[in-house]
Design a protein around this ligand. Structure first.
Ligand SMILES: Nc1ccn([C@@H]2O[C@H](COP(=O)(O)O)[C@@H](O)[C@H]2O)c(=O)n1
Ligand SMILES: C[C@@]1(CO)OP(=O)(O)OP(=O)(O)OC[C@H]1O
Length: 169
């Protein structure tokens, strides 16, 4: 098995729709970014890429790529999942935590988990936390997310593992 960790941070901006965890949040401040600024989806992508040894978000979807301008987080997440599977892995699960005062994840957790899980084709769970008023998240200047992904070798890849690989799956 392989784990990967991912983070992402975006500043709140002016005249931006709020997209977080694959959901539109009417009335909430949006996040700046080349794409839609969805920190939860981006952290999940980073965790998937690094678990697979495929680099990170910028290495795969760089800001120099015009096709990703305004891209939805779930679009990037679906593509990240496709690349990870193409590299010979199955996705066990991804756990994401959004850190900041808003939006309040708990209000729409089930809906967000469904949208993210469908995009990745694997279970994605979501939690929220504040930082007790401390730092840029506490001052509502931006939003952060951290994620952990668990991968297993796909069955075809497992057959190629050496006898002493230690994989128990
Ligand atoms: N963006 C967020 C932040 C927090 N929550 C929920 O509030 C609980 C309390 O957060 P603290 O970090 O201040 O202890 C947290 O456990 C979440 O249930 C949230 O939904 N969205
Ligand atoms: C997603 C990309 C590409 O559109 O742009 P941003 O929305 O700025 O997001 P970031 O988390 O800075 O990652 C870099 C890029 O891959």
């Amino acid at each position: 098995m392989r784990v990967g960790i991912g983070t992402d941070i975006h500043a709140f901006g002016e005249d931006r729709e709020c997209w977080v965890a694959g959901l539109h949040w009417p009335g909430e401040r949006g996040l700046d970014g080349h794409s839609d600024g969805d920190v939860a989806a981006h952290a999940a992508c980073n965790a998937l890429f690094t678990a697979a040894g495929l680099g990170d978000l910028g290495a795969n979807f760089g800001v120099d790529r015009p096709e990703f301008r305004g891209a939805a987080g779930v679009t990037l997440l679906a593509e990240a999942a496709r690349l990870v599977r193409a590299a010979g892995f199955e996705i066990g699960n991804v756990s994401v935590q959004v850190i900041g005062v808003a939006p309040r994840i708990g209000k729409r957790r089930a809906e967000a988990e469904k949208v993210l899980s469908e995009a990745a084709g694997a279970p994605i769970t979501l939690s929220g936390a504040t930082t007790d008023g401390l730092g840029f998240t506490g001052r509502a200047e931006g939003l952060a997310a951290v994620a952990v992904a668990l991968l297993t070798p796909a069955p075809a890849s497992r057959a190629e593992l050496p006898a002493d690989h230690g994989y128990a799956g």
